[in-house]
Design a protein around this ligand. Sequence first.
Ligand SMILES: Nc1nc2c(ncn2[C@@H]2O[C@H](COP(=O)(O)OP(=O)(O)OP(=O)(O)O)[C@@H](O)[C@H]2O)c(=O)[nH]1
Ligand SMILES: [Mg+2]
Length: 386
Amino acid sequence: MVFWRRKKNQKEQEAEVQDDKLLHPDNAPAIEPSTDYNSEISDDQKQSLKQTEEDVIEELDTAPTPIHTPLDDVKEAEDLSDHTNEGGWLSRLSEGLKKSSQKFTDVLTKRKLDDEALEELEDALIMADLGPKTAAKIIAEFSATRFGKEVDEQEIKQALSDSIENILTPVAKPLYTNIDAKPNVIIMTGVNGAGKTTTIGKMTAQFQSQGKKVMLAAADTFRAAAVDQLKVWGDRNKCEVVTGDVGADPASVAYAAMEKAVADNVDVLLIDTAGRLHNKTNLMEELQKIIRVVQKKDETAPHSCLLVLDATTGQNAVAQVETFKELVNVSGLVVTKLDGSAKGGVVVALADQFGLPIHAVGVGEGINDLQPFTAESYARSLVGLE
Ligand SMILES: Nc1nc2c(ncn2[C@@H]2O[C@H](COP(=O)(O)OP(=O)(O)OP(=O)(O)O)[C@@H](O)[C@H]2O)c(=O)[nH]1
Ligand SMILES: [Mg+2]
């Protein structure tokens, strides 16, 4: 039994020797776990690793700081936000016009419509920036049918509102851009700080929402900040802005923009101009030159020459229209800052005295704060009717 087992073991031993020879040929190196950890990474390898790490750090150090900071994001979000949940633009307009409507309410306690009452009402209209001419006209119309009658506040407000609406209706016209010309060229004019650049930014968003391709031209080359401001609006709207160096001829920027707009199949080209020039003659020459070069590319251009007016300047806006009408062929108006301290009546005076289309009103600094001008709602807000 023992012998058999030995015999068997010998067989097994022979098989093991055979297997060992197969797995470990004579020239194979001995396999042992290494304990020389340091030698695993050579000095050269270490050096190259170190260099790479330093390179990465260097790259991080020289990477530009983002131009857009989180604070800008917050500001932009506010600008782009839709204010309709805050009561809608009309309520902000009403808020802006509150000064005027409060005056009417003070005058309009239940009373007989005699001379004294009419005079007070006329004063209230003048105080609301309607100007003496337009105020007199409204009062005359008003007294023709109601003089000597006992009227209540609501009735007077309604009558005033109707009268104002009649003046505003013919001028309340949206900017018509569906003309054949491509690009449709719009030149923005107006005094310093009226809101030209901001209005361009807001209009761009509106045209784009109508599926139009828009391009901007920074023909206000007098200040670097003016060009930058337009570029910011261009970035916001993801729309191309044609610029020139500070001090460059504004007409050359307009011409370059016109060429580019034609080449790029642009639908609407908005040209920003400077409001700040030495005097009226300079401003006229500047604007006329821009118009001339634009006409070299398309003799039907510009298709609109808009005058932007700041409503908070009151009756001064009337004087501005008179001046700009002498400089260029003003085709329509945009009245800004009606959300602020403006009394709003100047819009009625403008409509009455010039009959120029009022295309839109600005009711804030945000991208959505340009609204079409609607006669009825404006008239009702002005006199404080809900
Ligand atoms: N509250 C309010 N502010 C406005 C409105 N429109 C423009 N603004 C502000 O008015 C200031 C002047 O506006 P701009 O667009 O720079 O005026 P501009 O006519 O281009 O001025 P210049 O380039 O200096 O001739 C800015 O601070 C605008 O944010 C508006 O409808 N409401
Ligand atoms: Mg500007």
